[in-house]
Design a protein around this ligand. Structure first.
Ligand code: AP5
Length: 226
């Protein structure tokens, strides 16, 4: 089977993490979510975490040179040989160019970029009610996806917390950052014919179904061109 190098793109709170977890199970590919990697580094108090925290708490992006190396190393690892799922990377034009350059070196390319589309109002609603598992980053919502037992992760039993960057003023800043720095990637990938738009406004299961359909269609198209 041809390798599958996937990118999940979309505003904060569009459901990239929710869908990424499901895709990882479906496709059995390594899943690299830069937000989770950075939060892990903050928890462990590493140099990466200390650098990243001040940017994250403000709703800014960490500098490109900090994050590019983190992802390049993973893509180059044996576990990513058959493909990978990226969530939260690339997020700026220089990151997209660095990803292309790295994949070029490996004689590979991005297979598809799934843009999960939701409005700013929906982002505010979703992030305002999000609860995240402290240990492993599993994601819930007080209204749309409540845990079985309040405040406890269904999957690993660790406490559910409100992320530091899910405060209303930081949510607004993250949205501004998305529109200014990440949205231009939509055109970048559209011009390369790898962009697939996913309506992110339905229920999580509906969004998962649309992604599955999109990937199945893509595979058929690939088979026809071989
Ligand atoms: P990151 O963790 O990547 O944050 P984000 O992109 O803002 O995305 P989120 O994790 O907030 O949302 P999501 O799209 O995963 O949605 P989720 O599934 O949780 O990054 C955090 C920070 O790290 C950045 O601000 C930056 O500082 C730094 N960073 C990371 N990557 C970087 C990079 N490449 N360069 C520089 N800096 C970087 O869903 C949200 C909520 O909605 C949940 O409660 C969920 O249950 C609910 N929900 C999900 N789907 C649905 C649905 N269909 N209907 C109803 N509710 C839903």
């Amino acid at each position: 089977m041809p390798e599958l190098n996937l990118v999940l793109l979309g505003p904060p709170g569009s459901g990239k993490g929710t869908q990424g977890e499901r895709l990882q199970e479906d496709l059995r590919l390594p899943y690299y979510a830069t937000g989770d990697i950075l939060r892990g580094a903050v928890r462990e108090g590493t140099e990466l975490g200390r650098t990243a925290k001040e940017y994250m708490d403000r709703g800014d992006l960490v500098p490109d040179e900090v994050i590019v190396g983190v992802i390049a190393e993973r893509i180059d690892s044996p576990e990513a040989r058959d493909g990978f799922i990226l969530d939260g990377f690339p997020r700026t034009m220089p990151q997209a160019e660095a990803l292309d350059a790295k994949l070029d070196d490996l004689e590979r390319a991005v297979t598809a970029v799934l843009l999960i589309d939701v409005s700013d109002d929906e982002v505010v609603r979703r992030l305002g009610g999000r609860r995240t598992c402290e240990e492993n980053g599993h994601v819930f919502h007080v209204e749309f996806n409540p845990p079985g037992s309040e405040g406890v992760c269904d999957i690993d039993g660790s406490p559910l917390i409100v992320r530091d960057d899910d405060k209303p003023e930081v949510i607004r800043k993250r949205l501004e950052t998305y529109h200014a720095k990440t949205e231009p990637l939509v055109d970048y990938y559209d011009q390369r014919s790898v962009l697939r738009r996913i309506d992110g406004t339905g229920a999580p299961d509906d969004v998962t179904e649309e992604i599955r359909r999109t990937l199945a269609t893509m595979r058929l198209e690939q088979d026809e061109t071989v």
